[in-house]
Design a protein around this ligand. Structure first.
Ligand SMILES: [Fe+2]
Ligand SMILES: [Fe+2]
Length: 247
């Protein structure tokens, strides 16, 4: 048995985040972290009940999972404005609004978690990933979005599986459930936008390439996935299978 205390840290939005735990194994002992949702007043009932190990792993994983939301919102604003068909244009604008909400939710969540160490190699790999995501050809861009959002659904699905540490945490579980539900809808809408290309061999190659890039980023967070009871090799195998399932 041992006693450890970690000082509070200041979140990005100025609200308090941090962890404290005592008397027990640091990976398994549960702790309460104030949940600092952006724009939401901190309430005593909104706390995260995560062990220090799980909180640290989630914080590291969110370095990847939360970083595309703002740029996705801009992308969908642009796609929504340029799309001719009215119903799709409206649906794309709604995705942009979702992405902004995801950004707010994940920013609040990150502010409530311990701050991970800066990781230059992760940052460089993510920069390369985002640079290769966009394309002048809207169809190509949409195919990549379908692939990436499908992958995000797989990741969230595995993190939220019954019995996994994050599934048992009320606040985190509800944020991940909300994002998972939205991303599934984004896949359906982006698939409608990209239908002709998506049904071709070239479309599936484009999707496979985007997923390979994403897998390279996620490999840098394999330990965090493992800590959250997600087998990284199984996850990466599932991501590889996505292009075969796209139609
Ligand atoms: Fe999103
Ligand atoms: Fe999305």
């Amino acid at each position: 048995m041992h006693t450890v205390a970690i000082q509070s840290v200041r979140g990005r939005n100025g609200l308090r985040g941090g962890i404290g735990y005592q008397d027990g194994d640091w990976r398994s002992s549960s702790t309460c972290l104030p949940l600092a949702l952006a724009g939401v007043i901190e309430s005593p009932r909104e706390v995260l009940r995560l062990s220090a190990g799980h909180a640290a792993a989630l914080a590291e994983l969110l370095q990847v999972l939360s970083c595309g939301e703002e740029s996705a919102a801009l992308t969908f604003d642009h796609l929504g404005n340029s799309w001719q068909e009215r119903s799709l244009s409206w649906a794309l604008a709604r995705i942009a609004a979702d992405e902004r909400e995801h950004h707010g939710l994940l920013t609040g969540l990150r502010a409530s978690l311990p701050q991970p160490r800066p990781d230059p190699s992760l940052e460089a790999t993510m920069r390369r990933f985002f640079m290769r995501l966009a394309d002048r050809d809207v169809m190509v861009h949409c195919v990549r979005i379908v692939a990436i959002d499908s992958a995000v659904c797989r990741v969230l699905g595995m993190l939220r599986c019954r019995g996994k540490p994050l599934a048992d945490e009320l606040q985190v579980g509800s944020i991940l459930r909300r994002i998972h539900r939205d991303e599934a809808r984004h896949v359906a809408i982006a698939s409608r936008c990209a239908t002709p290309l998506l049904q071709s061999v070239r479309g599936r190659e484009i999707a496979a390439d985007a997923l390979e890039q994403l897998t390279q980023v996620l490999r840098l967070r394999a330990d965090s996935l493992d800590s959250l009871s997600v087998d990284p090799d199984r996850l990466f195998a599932r991501l590889c299978a996505i292009p075969r399932l796209l139609r």
